[in-house]
Write a protein that binds this ligand. Structure first.
Ligand code: ARG
Length: 457
């Protein structure tokens, strides 16, 4: 039985199985470097403010540095008896430097300590997610640049609608990820606040300097209310929400890759390294990674829901329930990291089956709107043009042909406004290239948008 660091007011020994239920060391050991950084800053501040002697501070700092090195080499051993990363490190510190290590926790509580750790952790993670999204956007831009004039059917209701540039389709995702990146950047101002010095909930009588500790840790500012400082987990909810949106965008993109790589579409081929075979069916090549990212999206939504649910009924200030914030958070971080990097590799190595896309747009009615617009340009009201073209499409369906196959006579019979140039207008390439309204799929519009996009990465 180990003596608890908080054991003074207890008469009965804790039981192992109860300790195990309450412990968080199995997962909060992830925060070891942040916790040590927080302690180093705290002890530096304590001596600067004359709360402990310079000498004690040096000894403690030395011990913490040793622990940091050991942590980086994977040499620290944690015990469930010491509950969490904070108490484990305090124990390891006193083993290292003796009872003076006990001075470290002056003017501090595990409540402001754990909050500081997760703020530091989130700062690091969010910057690296911004970087990962940037890399993905870079890959999307270069894929798009190669395919401004590659045309594929655009869909609404998963029915062929109008042909679009493949670059335009890819760049739609670029802008989704741009918003994700902006949301993550914006969240930084709420992450970049230091709770340390809030104590357990009420502040402290010691003449601490919170701004100094915050500055040592690289925080932009401090929390203005000690109760809020220790009980705020909004920034974790916000992160999981932002992560859910990134996953949702990845998942929609994956869904398209899964469709496009099917026998029915054959618009792209996923490279062998990101696909798998079947143990039974020798011909199979399955888009497993894309499916898995789509599936993992649910886990991240789950983390968001867990966090919101843990927090919803909590009175101020710290409650042990809050220990339940870490596993969902870490899971969301790991899942998002893996999904972004796999997705980036997968899209970077994709083969675009341009010919099949072209074949698809030449055997559908996605040029029908263009035909209606043609009549509008001849002075026919759009509603009437819509009706005329609708009848022509029906005639095609009855004959089992497409608009380009219909003899000119039939056009003339439908409206005297048709001229022979109608057949040029109906070419998918013409259809796409002419839609140059700002943000449209016309080649010029796509090139202009690409230029703007490149300034965002
Ligand atoms: N392991 C705890 C957590 O993750 C640390 C804070 C514990 N504070 C306390 N007063 N029990 O939330």
């Amino acid at each position: 039985m180990t003596t608890k660091l908080w054991g003074g007011r207890f008469t009965e020994a804790a039981e192992q199985w109860v300790d195990e239920f309450g412990a968080s060391i199995s997962f909060d050991k992830e925060l070891v470097e942040e916790d040590l950084a927080g302690s180093i800053a705290h002890v530096t501040m304590l001596s600067k403010c004359g709360i402990i002697t310079k000498e004690d501070s040096e000894t403690i700092r030395g011990g913490l540095q040793t622990l940091l090195k050991k942590a980086q080499n994977g040499e620290l051993e944690y015990k469930v008896d010491y509950e969490d990363i904070h108490l484990n490190l305090e124990k390891l510190l006193t083993d290292e430097v003796g009872p003076v290590g006990g001075k470290l926790h002056t003017a501090r509580s595990r409540n402001d300590q754990v909050a500081t750790d997760i703020h530091l952790y989130m700062k690091k993670q969010v910057s690296s997610f911004i970087e990962q999204i940037n890399q993905l956007q870079t890959v999307l831009v270069s894929l798009a640049e190669e395919h401004v004039e590659t045309i594929l059917p655009g869909y609404t209701h998963l029915q062929r609608a109008q042909p679009v540039s493949f670059a335009h389709h890819i760049m739609a995702y670029f802008w989704m990820f741009q918003r994700d990146k902006e949301r993550l950047s914006d969240s930084m101002k709420r992450i970049d606040l230091c709770p340390l010095g809030a104590g357990a909930l009420a502040g402290t009588t010691f003449p601490i300097d919170r701004a100094f500790t915050a500055q040592l840790l690289g925080f932009e500012d401090i929390y203005q209310n000690s109760l809020d400082a220790v009980s705020d987990r909004d920034f974790l909810v916000e992160f999981c929400s932002n992560a859910s949106l990134v996953m949702m965008h990845l998942s929609r993109f994956c869904e398209e890759l899964i469709l496009w790589s099917s026998q029915e579409f054959q618009f792209v081929e996923i490279s062998d390294s990101f696909a798998t075979g079947s143990s039974m069916m020798p011909q199979k090549k399955n888009p497993d990674m894309a499916e898995l990212i789509r599936g993992k999206t649910g886990r991240v939504y789950g983390s968001l829901t867990s966090l919101l649910t843990v927090l919803k009924g909590l009175p101020l200030a710290y409650n042990k329930d809050m220990q339940e914030d870490k596993e969902p958070l870490f899971d969301a971080v790991t899942t998002l990291k893996g999904s972004l990097s796999i997705f980036t590799g997968m899209i970077e190595s994709i083969t675009v089956r341009q010919e099949n896309m072209q074949k698809a747009v030449s055997s559908d009615f996605s040029n029908a709107t263009e035909l209606a617009d043609y009549l509008v340009n001849k002075g026919i009201p759009f509603r009437e043009a819509h009706e005329i073209v609708g009848k022509l499409v029906l005639a095609c369906i009855q004959k089992n042909v497409y608009l380009l196959d219909l003899p000119f006579d039939e056009y003339l019979a439908a409206s005297p406004c048709f001229e022979k140039d109608v057949f040029d207008v109906l070419q998918a390439k013409t259809v796409v290239s002419r839609r140059n309204s700002a943000g449209g799929t016309g080649f010029e519009a796509v090139r202009a948008a690409l230029k703007i996009a490149k300034t965002k990465i």
